[in-house]
Design a protein around this ligand. Structure first.
Ligand SMILES: Cc1ncc(COP(=O)(O)O)c(C=O)c1O
Length: 387
């Protein structure tokens, strides 16, 4: 059930599937007919999604949970993992991070008199391995890095970087917003300390659908830094004890009552991922991004590709640069081609394995060529909003 036209923005908001729609309708009906009695079935709904989610992230089911949002989960996990000492009180992120991660990390560093160090970028689009390595120093308590950079789509080698960081006793956390549902992960085997993600991008769970987190089982003894009753051991949650008794799995880091209707969107969309393998999804995605890069190189030399060209370094989207990318994205939308725009000059195109085709990419690139040739895109206003 795709929005009208060509939808290339699934890395921002994935489209609605029939499976998600019917799961939401089913939960809505339960609310309608059963009212509060439906909580019997809903009580452990988030936990029931764990096996499907665990497959996508390469974890044991008890190492993941659907809850919160990327930013709120990041705050919660920093409250758990960030234990600053005089010698080790700084945090590490990258200069190309999504800003919300930086806001959260900086707030925690400020609270404890630490600094937030940022890995520099030489070209403004990507990060170099030697800059990452140089930033993993012994004053860093926790590093939170993106698995895939949100602008250029560069994949960071999270397993190797985790090993490097942990060899300096740094807690290594990852923001997997742009890799979950698009790339395979092996977070358990790779011994990642913790990770956060959202489900509204490649997982197609719906606008503002709940996020998720991974905590390696070796950390399950840690007391949640931001406890709430939903993280209590399920068997005793309704005893309403004054004392918090955390669940003995990642679910201990839930805080509040989940939105069942929002969880239902994920429940439905995960069923689609259960029918496929993430490796097959990744292979199809790479074919589509290879194809798009080839088209852009030959037909759009005035819009250079700023995503990495190596398959292992490229995520699920391709970014093209143009000084008037904003106007071009508005012009494309007016022709029912939905791209994504990122300030100040980037057009992001995500050909998603589950629903995009090579023909759609031909049409998109041809339309961009025509717009650039005839200049009609200049009639749009830079003051118009593009989300
Ligand atoms: C890489 C990345 N991190 C963090 C966020 C913020 O997510 P949330 O609104 O779920 O906190 C986003 C949102 O798109 C994102 O792309």
């Amino acid at each position: 059930m795709l929005p009208r036209g060509i939808y290339l923005d699934g890395n921002s908001l994935g489209p609605l599937s029939y499976a998600a729609q019917s799961a939401i309708e089913r939960r809505l009906k339960q609310w309608q007919y059963k009212g509060v009695a439906a909580w019997d079935e809903w009580f452990e709904l988030a936990e029931r999604l764990n096996p499907a989610l665990a497959k996508l992230i390469g974890a044991k089911p008890n190492e993941v949970i659907t809850t919160g949002s990327i930013t709120s989960n990041l705050h919660a996990l920093l409250a758990t993992f960030y234990k600053p000492t005089e010698k080790r009180k700084n945090l590490l992120a990258t200069s190309l991070d999504f800003p919300s991660d930086l806001y959260a990390l900086r707030a925690w560093a400020d609270r404890y008199g630490g600094k937030l160090n940022l890995i520099p970028s030489q070209d403004g689009h990507t990060l170099e391995p030697h800059d990452i390595e140089a930033a993993l120093t012994e004053d860093i308590a926790v590093a939170v890095l993106p698995t895939v950079l949100y602008r250029s789509g560069q994949v960071l080698d999270w397993a190797a970087i985790t090993q490097l960081g942990q060899s300096k006793s740094i807690i290594m956390g990852w923001d997997a917003a742009h890799s979950i549902g698009a790339l395979p992960h092996q977070f358990h085997q790779e011994a990642i300390d913790f990770a956060v993600w959202c489900t509204y991008k490649y997982l197609n769970a719906g606008p503002g659908a709940p996020g998720g987190l991974f905590i390696h089982e070796r950390h399950h003894h840690l007391k949640p830094g931001l406890p709430g009753w939903w993280g209590n051991d399920k068997a005793s949650q309704f005893e309403m004890a004054a004392e918090f008794r955390p669940a003995n799995h990642a679910g201990a880091h839930q805080i509040s009552t989940p939105s069942i209707l929002a969880l239902a969107g994920l429940e439905g969309s995960l069923a689609i991922f259960e029918e496929l393998t993430i490796e097959a999804i990744r292979e199809r995605s790479l074919k589509l991004t290879d194809y798009l890069i080839g088209l852009a190189d030959t037909i759009l030399p005035d819009m250079p590709v700023r995503s990495p060209r190596g398959r292992a370094q490229r995520g699920g989207h391709v970014v093209l640069e143009h000084p008037e990318a904003k106007l071009l994205s508005l012009a494309l939308r007016s022709k029912h081609i939905i791209p994504d725009y990122r300030e100040p000059n980037l057009l992001r195109l995500a050909p998603v394995a589950l629903y995009n085709t090579e023909t759609e990419l031909d049409q998109t690139v041809q339309t961009l060529r025509e717009l650039l040739n005839n200049g009609s895109y200049k009639a749009f206003s830079v003051n118009q909003k593009v989300s």
